[in-house]
Structures are given as C-alpha cells and as structure tokens.
Write a protein of this length. Structure first.
Length: 328
C-alpha cells in the first residue's frame, strides 16, 4: 500500500490479537478468521504487533507468518516492529519492509530510560532502515521513556518520516501542546478513549474496542466525529452513519454536548451504550451476544490460557494479557 502521511492517517484501526492454543502456539486458523472479520467491518485499517498482539513474545518465524497474513487481508495495514531491544526492532523492520505496510509502529528501546539525544538517534536509525515506509511512534503509559511535546518536536524535526504517534492521550492542554509541537503529525489514542480524544483533537484510535466489536468501533467513531466541534473534524473522515441522541452525560467535565450513543447490532432493543469514555465497557444491560471477532483471550506473556466461549459477554474490556492473579 501507499505510505501513510500525517495528514492522511485518520480513523479507527483495529488491532490484531494473538489467538493461542493450549500448548501456547499460535492458532493461525483463528487468526485468519479474525482478519476476515476485521477486514469486513469497515475499519480504516488494521495493525499487527501492538500490546494486545504480545509482540514481545514472538519469534522470527511467527512474526513473519503473521505479517504475511495481515498483508494479504486486502485492507490498509500497519505492522508493529516494536521490541524492547533496538537491534531486534531493526531486524523486524528488515524482515517486513518488503510487504510495504502503510507504516511501521515502533516503541523506543525500553530496558532503561533514554536521554532525548538517544531517542532521536534511535528513531533516525529506524527511519533510515524503514525508508520509504514511514513510522508511527508508540509511547504507552508504561514506557520507560515518556515522549512529552518537547521531545516530540525534536523527533518530528529530525525524522520527517515520522507521521504520527500512538499514545494514551491527556487533557486539553496536553493535546494543544502536542499539536503545537508537531502540527502535521497524527495523534492517535486507544479505542476506549476515542470519544474524549476526538473531542480534544485526536485524529483517531488504534482500537482495542475494535477487537471486540469492529463494526461497533466504526460506528462509535462516526458518531463521536459528528459530536465534536466542526472546526476539528477531519475533511477526509468517514461519517456514514447517522447518530442517535441519548441523554446528556452526567460528567461535568465532558467535552461532548449533547451526548450521543450507538447500539451494537446484536444488542437490538437493549439499553444504548453511551459514547463517552468509561461507559462503553459496561452498558447498563449487557447484550446476550457480542458482535466480536474471534477473540484471543489468553496471554502468552503470563503463560496462561483462559478462553472465553465465543458469543458470551466478555467480563471486561481488556481480554488479553490478564495478570496471573486474575480470577474468573
């Protein structure tokens, strides 16, 4: 596919989960089913090897095989080349570059905290290896090296192929500072903070919600996009669905007025799920069946397999990488 640009990177991109068998090997049959459902849901694209894909556990052959399946999905795709070690990140870029993803998602090396100069040197080296594929910098909350606006400004100036960031987001002042630091770069937030993120200036989400309900995540994006101030709407964004109105949110700090909601297709006749963050995962009346892709509900990181029966209501929003002390 064509390389993504900061101005063209928008919307909801669905994460590819890691389905595991009882012996801790990857179930590539279920992975293929998952990709088929994600591809048919109307997402702006998909991406592999995020946190939910447990990228840190993959060997080279597994990494390559997943990439081949993702590239053959028929929809725009990005590939995560992240690894806690810098050399492993470079190796993953080399292994996947021939597939021509829209972008490589990378984290900063994560064993020790980096100085700003080291962060710039690392990302510059990765960009040289990835050329002409652009980069998206993934900076999760638990990263050893945070990327505040000042560092993002340096990275954007040093690495022109850096087209966006994947981050947890922040308050209104944080979004303003990030836009000022790199005005032509896309800012993406997690799927469960999509509504407030869009209202504050995010350009889309790398969506964990899409792993549970890909069509629902698209509908939520379109609804939230209509609800945010017109001046912040992206000219190329999709708004195919008509929003339905629900009562105003009771949060006094909620930036969205009026509140809007969407109904998952399988939840017809039930209480709507408010678009506001934090409410999505726990609707007042849970649907009896969720319109989800085949879920990977086990964690290789924890050496644990804990499947949830297909079609049953998930107990929480995050179904991958459960801690060892998790109780059913």
């Amino acid at each position: 596919m064509r390389p993504l640009t900061g101005g063209g990177l928008r919307g909801v991109w669905g994460t590819v989960l890691l389905p595991l068998r009882d012996d801790d090997t990857i179930d590539f049959g279920r992975l293929g089913e998952q990709l088929d459902r994600l591809a048919a849901a109307g997402l702006n694209g998909i991406y592999a090897h995020g946190t939910a894909g447990e990228f840190n556990t993959l060997d080279g052959d597994e990494y390559d095989r997943i990439n081949e399946l993702v590239a053959a999905s028929g929809v725009p795709f990005q590939i995560g080349a992240s690894h806690p070690g810098a050399q492993a990140t470079l190796d993953r870029v080399r292994r996947a570059k021939h597939l021509a993803p829209g972008a490589f998602q990378v984290i900063l090396p994560d064993w020790v905290r980096l100085h700003d100069d080291e962060a710039v040197a690392f990302l510059t080296r990765v960009a040289e290896e990835a050329d002409p594929v652009p980069l998206v910098l993934y900076n999760p909350p638990h990263a050893k090296t945070p990327v505040p606006p000042a560092l993002l400004s340096r990275l954007a100036a040093a690495v022109p192929s850096l087209v966006g960031t994947k981050t947890a987001g922040g308050d209104r002042d944080w979004f303003r500072a990030m836009r000022d630091a790199a005005p032509d770069r896309a800012i993406f937030v997690p799927g469960h903070t999509l509504a407030s993120g869009l209202a504050l200036g995010a350009h889309g989400s790398y969506s964990n919600v899409a792993a549970m309900s890909p069509a629902g995540a698209v509908r939520w994006y379109e609804t939230a996009l209509r609800a945010r101030p017109p001046a912040w709407r992206s000219s190329g964004a999709s708004t195919r669905s008509s929003p339905r109105t629900s009562p105003r949110c009771k949060r006094t700090d909620c930036p969205i007025r009026p509140s809007t909601a969407f109904w998952p297709r399988s939840a017809a006749g039930r209480t709507p799920v408010p678009v506001h963050d934090g409410h999505f995962a726990a609707p007042p009346t849970a649907p009896s069946r969720w319109p989800a892709a085949p879920l990977a509900t086990s964690s290789r990181s924890c050496f644990r397999t804990d499947p949830v029966p297909r079609g049953s209501a998930p107990p929480r929003l995050w179904l991958v990488s459960r801690p060892l002390h998790h109780q059913k």
